[in-house]
Structures are given as C-alpha cells and as structure tokens.
Write a protein that binds this ligand. Structure first.
Ligand code: SF4
Ligand code: SF4
Length: 395
C-alpha cells in the first residue's frame, strides 16, 4: 500500500526527473544547499557562484521555513536522494536483506560526520570562489545532465550510497548530508512534532523499531531529536483500538492537543516549497551584477537575450568584452545585470546615453577583440537574439 508520503516522494522525484532530463532545467538552480554554498560570495561580491541563481536563496528560505514548521520533513518527503535511499532499503528488505542497525553511541558519532562535511565544503567553496564540491557531489552525478565537470569520485560516492542503502536505512541522510547538518540547526526550533501519551502507551516498542532515524520514540514524551523527518512511520505503527486510542500523535507542541492529520504537514511543506519557487520568478533578482565607471542620473537600459552566458565565468567573459579598449569600446560608465543559465540568458545593460548607444553595446559584446598586450585575437562566443553583427536586423 502506498501511503501519503510515498506518493509525495514519487511525485516530487518524477517532477525533478522530468524537469532536469525532459525540460532541461538547471537542477543546480533549485538545490537548497546551493543557497548555503553561495551566501558568502553573494554577500561579498553580489554575484552567485558558477551557474547558481538567486532562486537557490528562495528555495533555501522556503525549506528553512518548512523546517521551522514541520521539522526535517523536506528530507522525508521531497529530497530525491532521501527517497531513492529509502526505497533501496525497503526493496532490499522485501528481498530478505536484513537491516544493519548501528548502536546509539555509534549513530551519534557518525551523525557528527555531516557537520565536518558541511564545514569542509563551505570553507573550500568560499576560499576557491567556485563550487569545488560539485566534482564529488553524488546528487549532481545522479540528478543532473552533467558533462565532464564531475570526477570518478562522484560516481564512487553515489555507488557507496546505493550499496550502503541496501543494508542501512538512509545512511547518507543521517550521517553525511551537509544540508541535513544545516536543517538540524533549524529543526531544533521546530514548532510541531511527535508526542507520546504515556497513559495510552503499551510499551510495545513498535514506534522505535519502525523509526528510520533510530529515534527511541518509546522512551520520550516528545520527539525533540532534530533528525526526525516527520515521516509518520511511528504514528502509523502505534497500535490503537476503539477503547484505547493510539499513544502517538503529530501536531504543535501543546500538551493533550488534537492529533493533526498528515495532510496538514504535507500542505505546509508544499506551500513553503512552491511559494519559494513562485517568489523566485516574481522577484527576478539578477544572479550576476557588475558596475564599470560612474553612471549619470540620466541612464538607459537595454534588455538583451544572449546565448552562452551559462555561468559566472561566462558572465565575467561578457564583462571582459564590455571593458574592451579598442574601436568597439563602450564609452562612459555602465552596469550589467545578468541571469546566467543554459541556452539564452537575460542580460540588462544600463549605460550613459550621452556617451554610447545600444549598437555600441551590441558590437562590444559580439565583435572580435585584439588584445594588444598579448597580441592575441579573442573571438566572442556570444550571440544576441535578433542581432546580426553584419548589420542585418534578424526576426
Ligand atoms: S518514525 Fe517518527 S520519530 Fe522517527 S523520524 Fe519518523 S516521525 Fe520522526
Ligand atoms: S508504538 Fe505506541 S504503544 Fe507502542 S511503544 Fe510506541 S508509543 Fe507506545
């Protein structure tokens, strides 16, 4: 029988797969952990790392809000890696493979590993100003149309997750995921959770046995452990009868409150997530920004769609052409706002109309540039939609 959570997991995984592989969406733009990695560079430079977008911040905000409301439900319902890992274990269980349960002290010790991963990833990313972890990222290896930008180690880590998931329930989510480390901090302040009524409890231990995160549910009044993914496995396992209602319920932290249905949790989670996606479209903050020289009060802005501005590096190349000092130099100050991504990207150039015009900007971007210092001709890789450098206006 498929429960509510399995249906949500399957639908969300299908959405991700269709988005990435059929609609060619940039999966990195929608990863909440991308928002964590990009915070420092965005705060210092005003630009996103590599091909990340400001959408990463919106989705991170939505997931953090959801975590404050429904704990780590994102991991239990929406994360594709969590779903795949859990399904692998359940499939292995059906085939008779026994689960390996680590002891509580080992579980606690292994849980610390994800904080170390988080620190290493953030420090290396901030120091390099690049997504250095991408080359080893199992999520990127499994759920993206990546090229040669990943290493053998990304596949090795993916393989390790797959194999270990057959014998251990969600090992990556519990011990190694750096996003889980971030969410744990916020989950501590979660306003809902699982509560146990000791008077109704038979001490059968079913809840603790079913808990994928190995939380000793039968020994606490409130499940305050930040690793709880609000999966409802314990609630479902808790026996009930007409004369003796179930001892477990999920809801806000109020004593003897009502038992809230799982649908409320799913609604909150989806509202937070999809509102964040909608907000990222409604508030189009550029993910690359650069200013050159001074701009007067009277300015004009040209909106261009340019092919091949795929990432921060490519946007920097665009800046290189706009900063040229030859016949096609852009006179006066200018400001560039861009939304790098695959295919055609939106680029806005604000300029001083007393010194230059739209044609000069288009020429600066598309004409070959002779670097006098190195005596080297650099050809522009950029094409502007509707513009022919030979002077013909295209449809
Ligand atoms: S089984 Fe219960 S305690 Fe364990 S993760 Fe799921 S909801 Fe939380
Ligand atoms: S499953 Fe329910 S009755 Fe059994 S130990 Fe857990 S809370 Fe108590």
């Amino acid at each position: 029988m498929f429960g509510t959570r399995r249906v949500v997991q399957a639908c969300f995984l299908a959405l991700v797969l269709v988005g990435v592989f059929a609609l060619q969406a940039n999966c990195e733009r929608w990863c909440p952990f991308g928002g964590v990695e990009a915070i420092y560079t965005f705060a210092v430079e005003g630009n996103m790392l590599c091909s990340l977008g400001v959408s990463n911040f919106f989705i991170l905000g939505g997931v953090l809000l959801a975590t404050l409301l429904v704990r780590r439900a994102f991991c239990g319902y929406l994360c594709p890696i969590g779903a795949i890992s859990e399904w692998l274990r359940r499939a292995a269980q059906r085939c008779g493979v026994r689960e390996f349960r680590v002891s509580a002290p080992w579980d606690r010790a292994l849980s610390l590993f994800k904080y170390a991963v988080l620190v290493v990833v953030l420090v290396l990313t901030y120091r390099a100003g690049e997504l250095v972890f991408r080359a080893f990222d199992p999520c990127y290896a499994l759920l993206s149309r990546h090229g040669e930008d990943i290493t053998f180690w990304a596949y090795a880590v993916s393989g390790a997750i797959v194999v270990s998931s057959l014998v251990v329930m969600m090992p990556f989510c519990r011990w190694a995921c750096p996003l889980a480390a971030v969410l744990n901090v916020f989950a501590r302040f979660g306003v809902t959770g699982i509560q146990r009524d000791e008077q109704r409890c038979h001490d059968c231990g079913q809840c603790a046995r079913k808990c994928p995160m190995q939380i000793p549910v039968d020994g606490v009044q409130r499940v305050t452990a930040s690793r709880c993914i609000a999966c409802f496995e314990c609630v479902t396992a808790c026996p009930s009868s007409r004369s003796r209602p179930a001892a477990l319920r999920w809801g806000p932290w109020v004593p003897r409150g009502r038992r809230w249905p799982q649908g409320v949790l799913v609604t909150i989670l989806l509202l937070c997530t999809f509102s964040a996606v909608a907000a990222s479209y409604l508030i189009p903050i550029p993910s690359f920004w650069m200013r050159h020289g001074e701009l007067p009060r009277q300015v004009e802005t040209v909106q261009l769609r340019i092919e091949d501005v795929t990432c921060r590096g490519r946007a920097n190349l665009l800046v290189y052409f706009l900063q040229r000092d030859d016949l096609f130099a852009v006179r006066g100050g200018w400001q560039l706002a861009a939304w790098p991504g695959p295919g055609w990207s939106e680029v806005h150039v604000t300029f001083d109309p007393a010194q230059t015009d739209v044609d000069a900007i288009r020429q600066a971007i598309t004409e070959p540039y002779f670097e006098r210092d190195t005596a080297y001709w650099r050809m522009s890789p950029f094409r502007i939609e509707g513009y022919d450098p030979l002077g013909l206006e295209l449809e």
